[in-house]
Design a protein around this ligand. Sequence first.
Ligand code: F0G
Length: 481
Amino acid sequence: MQEIRLFSGEMIPLERHKVRIVQKLELLPVEERLSKLQEAHNNLYLLKNRDVFLDMLTDSGVNAMSDKQQSAMMDADDAYAGSETFFQLEAKVQDLFGMEHFLPAHQGRGCEKVLADLLVRPGDLIPMNYHFTTTRAHIVRCGGEVLELLCAEGEVYTSDKPFKGNMDNDALRTLLKNSERNIPFVRMEAGTNLIGGQPFSLANLQECSGICREHDVPLVLDASLVQDNLYFIKSRETNCREMSVREIMRAIADCCDIIYFSARKFGFARGGGIALRESPLVNPLQELIVLNEGFLTYGGMSVREMAAITVGLEESMDESVISQGPEFIRYMVEELTKLGVPVVTPAGGLGCHLNAKEFVPHIASDEYPAAALASALFIAGGIRGMERGTLSEDRHADGSEAHASMELLRLAVPRRVFTLSQIKYCIDRVHWLWQNRELIAGLRFTREPKILRFFTGELEAVSDWQEKLVARFRSDFGDSL
Ligand code: F0G
């Protein structure tokens, strides 16, 4: 195990790296934080990074790179076609997944687009443990429908179940046996993003794979967050204790027919790609990659990024590397739990998730509790989290709100980026907000896009509650930032 215990018995997420390049951060006074938030129309995506102190929006493309990644980037082979750097990346993917073909894409959603274009037809049904926003948007764009078959405990906020990302395999078996709809593939998502970075177990994936093979339906894995899932299998699944991370990775890949990933997460750089074995799908997928992403030896990625991904994938097989994110997240979850703050448990990967339904139960779903909490935390500490709730859903066809089953504020912990004192600061400001939660009220749209509205939509506070929060901050913290 990689955990470090202090003499006092305290367990801390000790960094197993040292900082060699830094970026200066500015913490604006609380009054300025409010005015920057209002300039950004209460949508944290619209903030300027220079106005953010702790950027916990996402782990996507913002993980710290290692010295070895940086040096590999200097050595990349620049070519439109036939770059040696691509062949090194391809060899690494083949080595880790045991799949012959690797098709590069500019990022995860590029993979999702070409897979949906090829595989999804109007009326199709795509079962999955849980959807991701961009995944579902592409499936729906092609006329398909997503069916979530997440295990029963998956959407329980507070739980001690180690694998809340598991597929409900009984439901999948029944569906594949009885469905009259066309099911082009089954999708499993590692480190299930929207329910709090929760993993599946290897046993669950193996059973799911057996069912798919029995019914001749391909199993597609979204491996964007597989590094966290690997760590949780290694540390939580008794039968896998003796397996190396690499062996677990291969056992996962053996279950799947197609694996795609965002290398903004898996690989600690920026890019993505699709891996698969020899199949009639290879040629049509290659055509779509060339059409949408770029030539088959770069797929929209710069050669420098491909070089960094190759090293990052190899580093993801090192338990002391992949443990860093989950250990920091567990620390946050445990400290916040001690303070009585409602968080998703057990701690997952990707980030610490606040349960906005319980944090601000007085805010109606139509006034976006998790988004309101996100705006309040920016005021409280210059901390940018990401709403993962009703605001991240698109409306029903009749214009009514599609209420998310979970209302979460995700505080992402990009890998190897923040120090423990920054995490402690974040815990402190969340605690202060929890003590002052009655001041927080809702938001409403002033401009609402039709597709993926959370990215660019504009909102306003339903009252002057944000000004009142600033006043409370001043009276509690005096001159402090
Ligand atoms: N699949 C999963 C599970 C993801 O988490 C993401 C991205 C994608 C696919 C799409 O990949 O961004 O490279 O196009 N998640 C980011 C996040 C956006 O912040 O959670 P992408």
